[in-house]
Write a protein that binds this ligand. Structure first.
Ligand code: AHR
Length: 514
């Protein structure tokens, strides 16, 4: 039995996930200010991150041409199809921490001749480099995504970095481009984004901000593409409420070296790296602490943006949240260092809340990459041998597809709060935008684990779309039951001539207004 206290202070003792118990319906009035559109929601805020970590690339994406698992040129078909259906806009690769140990030459040429290394960051397992530059760039082309390649500033040289970029992107006749052609790729690829190192304050070299900024300028200076082509150079930035990197990198940014600065923020239910909390079977206090910590993203962005605004009022440099998501204790019995975790309705709710936050910061946040794409951390897809399941996070991302390239509007509402344990949360959250289809789209989230909510609008029409919800707060899909959590049709109601949404507890709905 858990104690849940409403904003009004009335204490109710509820058995979690016991829908038969009395529920109070909170009513929230929303209005959408269509006179104040914000900068467009870049599709790239729905980006993914895929690292050489655990079963993310190997097994998750790449099974090799000789595998019994149905594949196209070595990429598993079920995952290809799922990512195509999700319309993934951009993928960041090969790390993460792995990026600052990776030498691109290890991953080109005949696969049987590629060197075998040890992945010292993630489980000290063998890395046979069978998935390298050609495989990654072919893969993103196959699913129609853009490539965000993370270079090695930690243990590589500026020359290595410059040559990798030339190998991938140049159409000049050089020894490197001839080598690319000999390896099977005639045309250069389009690499739109290039990361200069990763977490240089940590696994990327344990540097301080001043040193890292100098090093960034040096490396980035030599990242060049053919005249007439563009590449966005991303500086390895800060994390959480650590502002030194944002401050220094924005201060030192030059047009030739810095198009964007990265920011990493992970949500841990307990905020304790030693005992983060379980992906499923968690207490209701970890429902609220997880949602609360995920919503910290808003303040974190405000604070990093305020620093950037001081140094860069023209907003020339973008902020890329190129790693975000929920990080739990690894599944019992899974390989240590592989960061494999289940994914539940709670993850779908924090996905929606985070995307709503990104919609409010489109002036500066131009890309975000959920960590990670397959089989690692807050994954959209889980695989087990030949089997695959789509997670609640996948379904939440899919619901939000109409927001890509949409024009966001400020939404005014005053949601009552409720408290569970140490954390007070708003009962509902709402985002709205005008889609490229000309329709008004709304995303509505009910954060309460037990109580429904009613969202009353001040406009008429009809509203229909899809909803994601379940009875249990840790409802999740398994390989034996892959459709326990999946979107269902959903519609608003009309009352007194206005649209009203009845939102079940712990739900996310995305609707268009006609
Ligand atoms: O996503 C897992 C790891 O988290 C990444 O490799 C690193 O950049 C971050 O600390």
């Amino acid at each position: 039995m858990k104690s849940i206290v409403s904003a009004a202070g009335a204490a109710a003792t509820l058995a979690f996930a016991a829908p038969a118990l009395a529920q109070s319906v909170v009513s929230v009035k929303v209005s959408i200010d269509q006179s104040a559109p914000g900068p467009v929601i870049e599709p790239t805020i729905y980006g993914h991150f895929a690292e050489h970590l655990g079963r993310s690339i190997y097994e998750g994406v790449w099974v090799g041409e000789d595998s019994d698992i149905p594949n196209t040129k070595g990429f598993r078909n079920d995952v290809l199809d799922a990512l195509k259906a999700l319309e993934v806009p951009v993928i960041r690769w090969p790390g993460g921490c792995f990026a600052d140990e990776y030498h691109w030459r290890d991953g080109i040429g005949p696969r049987e001749e590629r060197p075998v290394r040890i992945n010292t960051h993630w489980g000290w397992v063998q890395e046979d480099n069978s998935f390298g530059t050609h495989e990654f760039l072919d893969f993103v082309e196959m699913i129609g995504a853009e490539a965000y390649v993370a270079g090695n500033m930690g243990s590589g040289t500026p020359r290595d970095m410059a040559q990798w970029v030339e190998y991938m992107t140049s159409d000049r006749d050089t020894t490197l481009t001839r080598e690319r052609k000999a390896n099977g790729r005639e045309e250069p690829w389009i690499v739109k984004y290039f990361g200069v190192g990763n977490e240089s304050w940590g696994c990327g070299g344990h540097m301080d901000a001043e040193y890292s900024s100098d090093l960034h300028s040096r490396y980035a200076t030599f990242v060049k593409v053919d005249p007439g082509k563009d590449i966005v150079k991303v500086a390895s930035g800060g994390y959480d409420e650590n502002f030194a990197f944002t401050e220094t990198l924005t201060r030192d940014a030059r047009p030739a070296t810095t198009g964007a600065i990265s920011l990493h923020y992970y949500t841990l239910p307990t905020a304790n790296w030693e005992k983060k909390g379980s992906a499923t079977g968690f207490p209701v206090e970890e429902w609220s602490s997880t949602l609360w910590r995920a919503m910290r993203m808003d303040e974190i962005l405000k604070d990093h943006k305020a620093i950037m605004d001081r140094h860069d009022p023209e907003k020339r440099v973008a902020l890329y949240v190129d790693e975000w998501g929920n990080w739990y204790d690894a599944e019992p019995g899974s390989t240590p260092g592989f960061l494999y975790q289940q994914n539940s309705l709670r993850d779908a709710i924090t996905t929606a809340l985070t995307l709503n936050i990104f919609h409010r910061h489109t002036d500066r946040v131009k890309m975000a990459n959920i960590a990670q794409m397959v089989n690692v951390l807050q994954a959209s897809i889980l695989t087990d041998g030949p089997r695959m399941t789509l997670t609640p996070t996948y379904h939440a991302l899919a619901l939000y597809k109409p927001f890509k390239d949409a024009t966001p509007y400020p939404v005014r509402f005053k949601a009552p709060t409720f408290r569970i344990g140490d954390h007070a949360l708003p009962h509902v959250d709402v985002s709205a935008a005008r889609g490229t289809d000309g329709k008004l789209w709304m995303a509505l989230v009910n954060l309460h684990p037990n109580d429904p909510a009613e969202v009353r609008t001040d406009f008429s029409g009809s509203a229909s779309g899809q909803i994601l919800t379940a009875q249990e707060m840790d409802a999740h899909n398994t390989f034996d039951n892959p459709e326990a959590v999946k979107p269902a049709p959903y519609a608003g109601e009309t009352r007194d001539g206005k649209i009203v949404f009845r939102l079940p507890a712990k739900s996310v709905a995305v609707v268009s207004i006609d």
